[in-house]
Ligand binder design. Structure first.
Ligand code: AHN
Ligand code: ZN
Length: 327
C-alpha cells in the first residue's frame, strides 16, 4: 500500500513540474490501489498441497487435496463448482478427474480467467535415480495453485477490482506420455494425452457461452531463479495480453523475472482453452530457452519445497494481481 502513495506523489510532482515549465503533460495512467500479494502465504498454500502427498488421480491424496482446494476457495467467498468426469491416460488407466471452478463477483460481465493445474505427475520419468515413483510437484502443480489461492485470499480481504475473476484448477494435466516415448493412438474424444482437464472443460464450460476477456495460465511459477519468457503460442494468439503482463511486471519492478524475449510454444492447458474453448489464454511458465526445456527439477524428485522461493512467487503473484486491478 505504501508504494501506491509514493507513485501518487511522483505523479503529482511530475504534473506540477510540467505545468510550470509550460510543457505538454504526458498522459499518465490513473493510479489504482493494488493490494499486497503475500508470498509467505502463497508458500504456505504450496506446503499444504505437498503435505497431502503426490496429487495423483485415483489416490486418496488427490481426493483430499481436491476437497481442500474446493473448501478454501469457498471460504474466500467464491461461488465454487466441481466438474467431475473420467478420462483415459496414455498407459490405459481410467482416471476420475475433477476440475474446480471458482467465481468471484459472478454478476460482473467483464471477466478475467486465471488457471493452473492441480494434479501432479504419477512418475519421475526424468529422474535418473528413481523414475517410477510420483513426484512431490511443489513447483509443477503446487506453485500455480498456491499463487491463485493467495490471489483468492487477497480478493476476499480487499475492495474488489473492476472486473470479475474466475479461477479454474484443472485436473489431469500431467499424466502425459513417458519422456521420449511416442504417443499411442488417442481415443476419439481426446486431442492429447496431456491436459485432460482443460480439454474436458473447454468442450463443457461451466456456463454456456462463457467468454472471459482473456485468460492467464500459471505453470511452474515458484522455483528459485526462474525467469519467464514470452511463450510462443501465447505470443502468437494474444501478443497484446502478453505485452500488457510483461510491461506491468517491469513497471512494478519485476523486469528481471519477466524477460522480453520469445521462447518456443509448449503444450499446456492454455493450448486447449484456446483451440477447443476459443478463449485467448496466455501461459506464464518457467521454461529455459538456453536449455531448450523446463527447469532441471522438471519431472524429477528435485521438484520439492526446497526449490520454491518466495521471491519468485511474489514476482508472479504481484504482477498478476496488478494486471487484474488495472483492468
Ligand atoms: C510438455 O511436456 C511439452 N508439455 C507438458 C507441460 C507440462 C507438464 N507442464 C507441467 N508439466
Ligand atoms: Zn509436469
Amino acid at each position: 500500500m505504501k508504494s501506491n502513495y509514493w507513485w501518487l506523489l511522483v505523479l503529482l510532482f511530475a504534473a506540477c513540474g510540467g505545468e510550470k515549465s509550460g510543457e505538454v503533460a504526458v498522459a499518465e495512467e490513473k493510479v489504482v490501489a493494488v493490494p499486497d500479494f503475500i508470498a509467505d502465504s502463497a508458500y504456505n498454500f504450496i506446503q499444504n498441497q505437498v503435505d497431502f502427498g503426490p496429487r495423483v488421480p485415483n489416490t486418496e491424496a488427490h481426493r483430499l487435496t481436491g476437497d481442500y482446494l474446493f473448501n478454501t476457495l469457498e471460504s474466500y467467498g467464491a461461488k465454487v463448482q466441481d466438474q467431475r468426469f473420467q478420462a483415459l491416460t496414455f498407459d490405459g488407466v481410467k482416471v476420475d478427474l475433477r476440475n474446480i471452478i471458482a467465481s468471484f463477483y459472478p454478476d460482473k460481465a467483464k471477466r478475467i480467467l486465471l488457471a493452473a493445474h492441480w494434479d501432479t505427475r504419477p512418475f519421475a520419468d526424468k529422474d535418473e535415480e528413481d523414475p517410477n515413483t510420483p513426484i512431490a510437484g511443489a513447483n509443477d502443480g503446487g506453485s500455480g495453485v498456491g499463487v491463485l489461492l493467495e490471489i483468492a485470499r487477497v480478493l476476499d480481504a480487499n475492495p474488489p477490482p473492476s472486473v470479475g475473476v474466475d479461477i479454474i484448477f484443472f485436473d489431469g494435466e500431467d499424466w502425459g506420455t513417458w519422456n521420449g516415448e511416442a504417443d499411442p493412438p488417442l481415443p476419439a474424444n481426446q486431442t492429447d494425452w496431456w491436459c485432460l482437464g482443460s480439454q474436458h472443460w473447454a468442450k463443457n464450460k461451466h456456463i454456456n457461452g462463457y467468454t472471459p476477456y482473456y485468460g492467464i495460465l500459471l505453470d511452474m511459477v515458484g522455483a528459485r531463479g526462474s525467469q519467464f519468457h514470452k511463450e510462443g503460442l501465447s505470443q502468437k494468439i494474444a501478443p497484446k495480453i502478453v505485452k500488457k503482463v510483461w510491461d506491468r511486471a517491469a513497471k512494478i519492478g519485476y523486469g528481471d523475472y519477466f524477460i522480453h524475449q520469445e521462447q518456443a510454444a509448449i503444450t499446456d492447458d492454455h493450448q486447449f482453452v484456446y483451440s477447443l474453448g476459443n478463449i485467448l489464454m496466455i501461459d506464464i511458465v518457467h521454461y529455459d530457452p538456453q536449455v531448450g526445456y523446463f527447469g532441471d527439477y522438471h519431472h524429477t524428485h528435485k521438484d520439492n519445497m526446497e526449490i520454491i522461493d518466495t521471491n519468485t512467487l511474489k514476482a508472479v503473484g504481484q504482477t498478476v494481481l496488478t494486471v487484474l486491478f488495472y483492468e
